[in-house]
Design a protein around this ligand. Structure first.
Ligand code: P1T
Length: 379
């Protein structure tokens, strides 16, 4: 089956008791057993829930993963991967990544003896230089949030495997419509489902997919033991949202391209970060490992200052000033003051994330209205 058909049908069966075409919201905490341990495959809703199972199968299928599991948030999915590690283990991470991932790694898990090294992964040699026999995990985010750098999943996965490390990719910015990390050699794909997969800014959820049974069993053990599972209503909302993922992504990409080109030609704009530009340093790689360039764009104005940036942010009318991304409606954000505030400034600016960077999540509205809003905000 092709992507659009899978988005609608994968994992979905008519409900056996009624024929309901839509997977019901199984709003139950437990399941009646015929005798101790004699049940229909469902014991307790932290462990299994049919609405969640349908969604897990659906997203796994979009990622060409044999196994998939949903979590209460993107962060709890990421945390599940880190919980497979032991004190003394080392992780090499993309240097420019979502601020919450940086906070989780450095402020929660370093204290348990796991070492995180943040490097510029655009040059694979940097990975070769720092990898050791203690490196158990490579954490790749691509495209990166908010710099829109592209990391070579295939090359870095090969380096990781040569040294016995597992490779995980945060695929949130691309969505499974634009990129499938497992097909490129990664062991684990992670999503903040909150974003493009759910698509309607009404759910917080995470996902982990893998083709490796042993890894999936570890994830299942942690999912059940720690219990960071999404509720069935949220799973239902995502099952509804995911059916249009391919259509939404097509429009996000189309609108993203128009907005990126508009900004690039704007006299008041200094830099625009979008992997679809031919002069983006990783454009050829983006063309190779992605099927489109998405709707996330960052930019810096000319004569930039924090005052000017804040004043511009205050002028948007249609783009709403808010954290998050990937919903149908357009959002504008200030990474250094919002989503990446938990990364110390001296670390942020090394990768180019200045206080004057503005990030757009281009939605699926009519493009003329989006351009008109940019026009008035950037005057
Ligand atoms: O918010 P949550 O579902 O827990 O997902 C965290 C997360 C993980 N990975 C990436 C690449 C992300 O962008 C996020 C969340 N990001 C935002 C809220 C944001 O506005 O960037």
């Amino acid at each position: 089956m092709k992507f659009g058909t899978k988005a609608l049908h994968a994992g979905i069966e008519p409900d056996p008791s009624t024929g309901a075409i839509m997977t019901p919201i199984f709003q139950t905490s437990t399941y009646v057993q015929d005798g101790p341990g004699i049940h229909k495959g469902y014991e307790y809703a932290r462990t299994q829930n049919p609405t969640r199972s349908a969604l897990e199968k659906n997203i796994a299928s979009l990622e060409n993963a044999r196994f998939g599991r949903c979590f209460a948030s993107g962060m709890s999915a990421t945390e599940t991967v880190i919980k497979t590690l032991r004190p003394g283990d080392e992780v090499i991470c993309t240097g420019d990544l979502y601020g919450g991932s940086f906070r989780l790694f450095t402020q929660m898990y370093e204290q348990f003896g796991i070492r995180f090294t943040f490097i510029d992964m655009r040059d694979a040699k940097n990975v070769e230089e720092v990898i050791t026999d203690k490196t158990k995990l490579l954490w790749i985010e691509t495209p990166t949030n908010p710099m829109l750098n592209i990391i070579d999943i295939e090359t870095i996965s090969a380096i990781g495997h040569k040294h016995g490390a597992k490779v995980a990719v945060d695929n949130t910015f691309a969505s499974p419509y634009l990129q499938n990390p497992l097909d490129l050699g990664a062991d684990i794909v992670m999503h903040s489902v909150t974003k493009y997969i759910a698509g309607h800014s009404d759910v917080i959820m995470g996902f982990l997919g893998t083709n490796d049974l042993a890894i999936d069993e570890q994830f299942g053990f942690i999912q059940n033991s720690s219990g960071a599972v999404p509720g069935p209503q949220d799973c239902f909302l995502v099952l509804r949202g995911v059916k249009t993922l391919h259509i939404r992504m097509q429009r996000h990409c189309e609108n993203g391209e128009v907005v990126a080109k508009y900004l690039k030609n704007h006299p008041n704009i200094d830099k625009v970060f979008w992997p679809g530009f031919e002069d983006h340093p990783n454009h050829e790689l983006a063309k190779k490992q992605m099927r489109g360039f998405g709707g996330m764009i960052s930019f810096i104005q000319k004569d930039d200052s924090l005052e000017k940036t804040e004043s511009t942010l205050g002028k948007f009318k249609l783009f709403s000033l808010a954290e998050s991304l990937g919903g149908v409606e357009s959002l504008v954000g200030h990474p250094s003051g919002m989503t990446h505030a938990s990364i110390p400034k001296e670390k942020r600016v090394v990768g180019g994330l200045t206080d004057t960077m503005i990030r757009l999540s281009v939605g699926i509205e009519d493009i003329d209205d989006l351009i008109a809003d940019l026009e008035q905000a950037l005057k």
